[in-house]
Design a protein around this ligand. Structure first.
Ligand code: 13P
Length: 254
């Protein structure tokens, strides 16, 4: 069985005080949650502080980005060994905001994923189609080629450490969630692609999160789908109560 993974992507939000307030509110609300992995991805400026606040809890720390080189003259960038040093267990790569706003290619995402694996950090590799691509019936082509490109540098023996996140761009920050059935179709396609590439066993073990306007109101139906193994949450993850409800999605409490 795959352990569901619920991750908060805070994006460019929260000061040190706000982050501390969030963690203090969240930890008691998720303390007794079992068989679910909870992950917080704060901005770099509060990673160190959140790492300390999470000590002794089961909540894992994630970064929102990484540079593929281990060190060097890359002003403003952060390397995988630096993230490992802070205790990051995950890092998000290939988010659509980075692909579109910072022109990150699949090849660059692939190098980041490899660098993370080499530092013992699990990449959360995001893929997703735009509204134009969906309307032009290109969803599976786009996702297929993002997967091929973004996973190209991952060693086969570490592939199970990678988490995929399907985030349709038209659902991010728009309040317009993919229906559970629509998301399931793409998740099943992703698992099929993973099976062709890495074998059925690996594909069955790999987790595929859904992201895009996940909220307390829609998480239960999304997570009830057979190939949706978690959520990558933006807006609703900024509020401790809302994120805690998402972590405590219904089927896992039954
Ligand atoms: P929202 O939950 O705000 O739609 O953001 C989704 C996302 O981009 C998570 O990485």
């Amino acid at each position: 069985m795959r352990t569901p993974i619920l991750a908060a992507n805070w994006k460019m939000h929260k000061t040190r005080a706000e982050a501390a307030e969030f963690v203090a509110a969240l930890l008691p609300l998720v303390k007794d949650v079992e068989r679910v992995e909870v992950v917080l991805a704060p901005p770099f400026t509060v990673l160190c502080r959140v790492a300390k606040l999470l000590e002794g809890s089961a909540v894992a720390l994630a970064a929102q980005n990484v540079h593929p080189e281990p060190g060097g003259a890359f002003t403003g960038e952060i390397s995988a060994p630096m993230l490992a040093d802070l205790g990051c267990r995950y890092a998000i790569v290939g988010h659509s905001e980075r692909r579109s706003l910072f022109a990150e290619s699949d090849a660059f995402v692939a190098r980041k994923a490899r660098a993370l694996l080499e530092s013992g950090i699990r990449p959360i590799v995001c893929v997703g189609e735009s509204l134009e691509e969906r309307e032009a019936d290109q969803t599976f082509d786009v996702i297929g080629s993002q997967l091929d490109g973004s996973l190209a540098a991952a060693p086969d023996d570490r592939i199970r450490d990678i988490v995929l996140a399907y985030e349709p761009i038209w659902a991010i920050g728009t309040g317009r969630t993919a229906t559970p059935e629509l998301a399931q179709d793409v998740h099943a396609f992703i698992r099929d692609k993973l099976a062709q590439r890495f074998g059925a066993d690996a594909a069955q073990q790999m987790r595929i999160q859904y992201g895009g306007s996940v909220k307390p109101e829609n998480v239960d139906a999304l997570l009830a789908q057979p190939d949706i193994d978690g959520a990558l949450v933006g807006g609703a993850s900024l509020d401790a109560q809302a994120f805690a409800r998402i972590v405590r999605f219904e089927s896992q409490e039954s």
